[in-house]
Design a binder for this molecule. Sequence first.
Ligand code: SF4
Ligand code: SF4
Ligand code: SF4
Ligand code: FES
Length: 949
Amino acid sequence: MTAIHELDYGTPAVTSTTMVSLTIDGRPVTVPAGTSVMRAATMAGIGIPKLCATDSLEPFGSCRLCLVQIDGRKGFPASCTTPVEPGMRVTTQNRKLGDLRRGVMELYISDHPLDCLTCSANGDCELQDMAGAVGLREVRYGYEGENHLKLKKDTSNPYFTFDASKCIVCSRCVRACEEIQGTYALTIDGRGFASKVSPGQMEPFMESECVSCGACVQACPTATLMENTVIEAGTPEHEIVTTCAYCGVGCSFKAEMKGAEVVRMTPNKDGHANHGHSCVKGRFAWGYATHKDRITKPMIRKRISDPWREVSWEEAINYAAAEFKRIQASHGVGAVGAISSSRCTNEETYLMQKLVRAAFGNNNIDTCARVCHSPTGYGLKQTLGESAGTQDFDSIRQTDVVFIIGANPTDGHPVFASYMKRRLREGAKLIIADPRRIDLVRSPHVQADYHLKLRPGTNVALINALAHVVVTEGLANEAFVAERCEADSYRLWKEFVARPEHSPEATESVTGVPAETMRAAARLYATGGNAAIYYGLGVTEHSQGSTMVIGIANLAMATGNIGREGVGVNPLRGQNNVQGSCDMGSFPHEFPGYRHVLDDSTRNLFESTWGVALEPEPGLRIPNMFDAALDGSFKGLYLEGEDIAQSDPNTQHVTASLEAMECIVVQDLFLNETAKFAHVFLPGSSFLEKNGTFTNAERRISPVRKVMPPLAGMEDWEITVALSNALGYPMHYTHPSEIMDEIARLTPTFTGVSYEKLDRLGSIQWPCNDEHPEGTPVMHEKTFVRGKGRFLLTEYVPTTERVNSQYPLILTTGRILSQYNVGAQTRRTANVDWHEEDRLEIHPHDAEERGIREGDWVGIVSRAGETTLRALITERVQPGVVYTTFHHPESGANVITTENSDWATNCPEYKVTAVQVMPVFHSSEWQQRYRKFSEQQIALLQQSTPASA
Ligand code: SF4
Ligand code: SF4
Ligand code: SF4
Ligand code: FES
């Protein structure tokens, strides 16, 4: 069902620049050529009855309700499938058309349960509306004949119900699944009167290929496919536009409400990142916001072995501030710091770094981007001059060759994956570099032209080999390079990659990819038209993560695949606001806008605006904080929205450093793994409870809007303001828009951003300034941000994390569609129905060698630690490689990952850990300790004393 109050034009918009004039019901109308008569009529304010047409889908012409009369044409053509023509004269209403439409409706209604008054779609049903629109007054056929009224409901999906008795077989759901989502999970089974919508082979939804994106539910004009929340709560009353708080696609949603309660999240058709589509997380998995585990009272305790004591906001804030001041007085100004999260808004992360720099007086601020995309920031800044992706998502519509490296878009960035699939179905070519067979290698109507199934840790050898082919086979775009790039650095790079040791033949033993496949892929990328690279954490989370990002930028520049639509270098950011948290100065060496703290003029600007002297030396990165905690020089930590005890590598090292600190302040929704080591808990607000902005992977700043009051009484930015005030550095904001105004004043790429403009445009891609007042969809169009593009040499240095007889397999990690990172949110929703535990994927050959059967418990041992998981035997992974997700804390995936990290940014090498895997009969020692500690902490939470006690 479409969102409330939304006009449906019946067929999609057309972008032709040729205009066509016609008259509809005597009214002159001018529209782009190719527009349907139905859309043209709607644009002119004339409604034509319709059922099978909706403007998110191509016209289908099956219901025959939209018939019109066209002068000079025989019969009554369907307006949804008839394109406009110059001079056409259309009649949409007359007696004959009315009779025909009533006849159609009569047939539909004669096989429809007329329980409108008790139907969940009552008042929001297109069938009901159309019966009214065509003036249906009687049904002559009666209801006694053959019908579908007794068909059983399918309630297998936790989020929506399929009530086949209400189906009018309009195929909108089937087409939505194909055209919008690209999953092809639905078919129309049978013919004529017997035809029925069917997931898979007449399976329940949950057993079919369905990925629960909800596109079919949204497309359904009746109550056949209906959200369970609407069935329970009734139709929503008002709506507020906001942005999904999960992944870096940054889908825009309408939160549809009844009072202060969310009834449905409907993807916003006007959302520039998602154009009305979503995935299972954004559309359905928002119930965590009101989950019973939410902590809504501030709490403090002296030691982590003490029960919590609920206190007033004032006492909690004052206690935290006093503790930080005490620590600084006895251990030095640098003994405290903060870690912000990419789940926070731009305004919150800006305030966090401001608090650290201005109130703590040091630069000990870091963010979770440290452990995901920090190499992107470094690599792209060095080569192109800006730490961000180059394109907007829509750019893929012009792409001829899609090159995905180390990313799994259907799981990690599902809505963008659907765009990709659409473009691939239209004929774009596909190259995938990934150790694992991700879904896009082969899915309905999509097949990769080349799957470069490389060994984990050999990315740089691969990119050098591809560059070698480009350079030695004369495939470089010399004219582009001569005009746009540094001549000297290009010459050096060209000589470097042309060396024989970088040839595909010389490196195939390293990468494991056949030389001929590398050659063919490189040729396709260089000569196949517009080629765009999309990459993920499989690029960055390596000891050479930054080198690989540089290698990607080199390749794109050398082939001229940068600076226009359809091409580019595009990091697929994992979390909703990774881009934003980096932009906002969350790294210890940079102010907002990626300006170094050593730079005097920038520092002077911030000093004069903030009215305080600022420390010129960069502060501690996250791993340095852990080391300093263990050596006794770092004692206090303020965390907002970040669960380092689960998400950072080498868990035992992380928890030991948490235990070594004297004051840990956690601001979060739940008692997460890190909060179990905390002394102060400040209850945070979910994305539904606050105002702010997120910046997605395409640099798009989108509004986050409060749809309900914060459960704990304060929005997150207000908590940081209160803490800063208590620390003695006053902040005076009354609304996040004022924080954005300050960001705009201080950050050259944000000077044109304001809440007023965001409300007007819906979203803005930075840079947004005098030069680009409405933002910048594609970067580096005429020149690179740094002037000339710079090539850098990318020597392949094998990781020190090597396999040997003790640790013969390589473990690599990733995430799954239904869960989100540490799972704090998604584990508290019905998404667990798809993924209730992390499993270890192992190739049948490796499993057999070890006597491992499907579902067996296996121990995974690395140089850092040991854990146990159940085995999933699959050929998705290659022999010698095992894989797991990390969404459940008790899995301990990060107990085994090591502290190896990227040479430039310290981004952990999550993607390569040498391990041994063996069948076991009991959980690991760490897991047993974890369970005990966790149970103790939950008991201490339950024993917490209320504020009034
Ligand atoms: S929920 Fe999505 S994937 Fe599932 S059947 Fe509907 S459109 Fe297809
Ligand atoms: S389930 Fe809904 S969208 Fe699909 S065919 Fe039936 S009525 Fe149409
Ligand atoms: S999780 Fe990502 S793809 Fe899914 S709805 Fe949210 S922003 Fe969109
Ligand atoms: S709306 Fe045109 S045929 Fe159904």
